[in-house]
Write a protein that binds this ligand. Structure first.
Ligand code: GUN
Length: 304
């Protein structure tokens, strides 16, 4: 079994992005711009937004975080999005999800100019993936494919089982794997006999958010295991279940551990697996930066 080291792949992509931005700055006098809009007080969202802002600055992207109180109206929020659509220095507009309950998420998101849809969440951009004509992809699925490319994993002909049908991960990765000639099954909460689907799979992509749910007996010998789950767990009977030493060491000081959807005992049956943390997770924010650069290049007509 080989660990798919998302941190390493992510570092390489970051270096590549930094290098390209330097060259483009010399050539055009401009740098890519990313605007992140956050509404309300969701703690996890605040942490994510901070890490996006920090990484953008580190890579030479002009980042701008716009924070709104939860009391802002839809009209005001949409007005701000439209301003960002018009701003020539902004290449990517991201509205951090989830929005507070009172907002209609799609009413808000569909006001983003599709050419600035850095998350690749809008219908036209997701549609381009279905047509196999896309040049931008949602960050987490894009990160998974970058990991495959780095480790020369060819999914053509594989039986792939994707668990989860969200528009952020499950549906786009299923289409992207199909475009790479995998035979894809999408499973979800209403799937019957999930274990039967998993046992047939050469490749499993799990995005369900259930710690250690996929057990050793559910996976095939020699499979590729991609774990998108990031689950926070606390001690039970004095042990952190589903976690290996590395995971525990990293988070125990904080009183919790982080584990994926795939039980650590399943790793030994795999040919490749992504650990949690350190697998898919580090790729997501990096791919947001990569996407911002792609949108910048497209605007400057520099995309091949
Ligand atoms: N909330 C959780 N993940 C994401 C993401 O990838 N993009 C946005 N905009 N919000 C999120």
């Amino acid at each position: 079994m080989t660990i798919l080291d998302g941190k390493k792949v992510s570092s390489e992509i970051k270096l590549q992005v930094i290098k390209e931005i330097k060259v483009l700055k010399k050539k055009t006098g401009k740098v890519p711009g990313l605007s992140v809009v956050i509404v309300g007080e969701n703690k996890a969202s605040k942490v994510y937004v901070k890490s996006k802002d920090k990484m953008a600055s580190e890579l030479g992207i002009k980042s701008n975080v716009i924070e709104f109180d939860e009391n802002i109206s839809s009209v005001e929020l949409i007005k701000k999005i439209k301003e960002l659509n018009e701003d020539g220095e902004v290449n990517g507009v991201l509205v951090q999800l989830p929005l507070p309950k009172k907002f209609n998420t799609w009413e808000v998101l569909t006001n983003i100019n599709p050419d600035k849809d850095v998350d690749c969440f809008l219908p036209t951009n997701l549609g381009m993936i279905l047509l196999n004509r896309a040049n931008i992809f949602p960050c987490t699925p894009a990160g998974i494919l970058k990991i495959f490319d780095y480790y020369n994993i060819n999914v053509s002909g594989m039986n792939a089982c994707v668990i989860g049908r969200s528009f952020i991960v499950g549906k786009p990765i299923a289409a992207m794997l199909t475009n790479r000639n995998a035979t894809v099954t999408i499973c979800h909460s209403k799937t019957k006999n999930l274990a039967d689907h998993l046992k047939r799979a050469d490749l499993i992509v799990s995005a369900i958010g259930k710690p250690g749910f996929i057990s050793e007996d559910m996976v095939k010998q020699g499979s590729v295991l991609i774990d998108v789950g990031i689950n926070y767990i606390i001690k039970k009977d004095d042990v952190y279940e589903h976690c290996d030493e590395l995971q525990i060491k990293k988070f125990e000081r904080k009183g919790y551990a982080i584990t994926g959807d795939i039980h650590k005992n399943a790793y030994k049956k795999s040919l490749y697996y992504t650990p949690v943390p350190g697998g898919v997770g580090p790729m997501t924010v990096t791919m947001l930066m990569y996407n911002t650069l792609q949108l910048f290049k497209k605007k400057q007509d520099l995309l091949k």
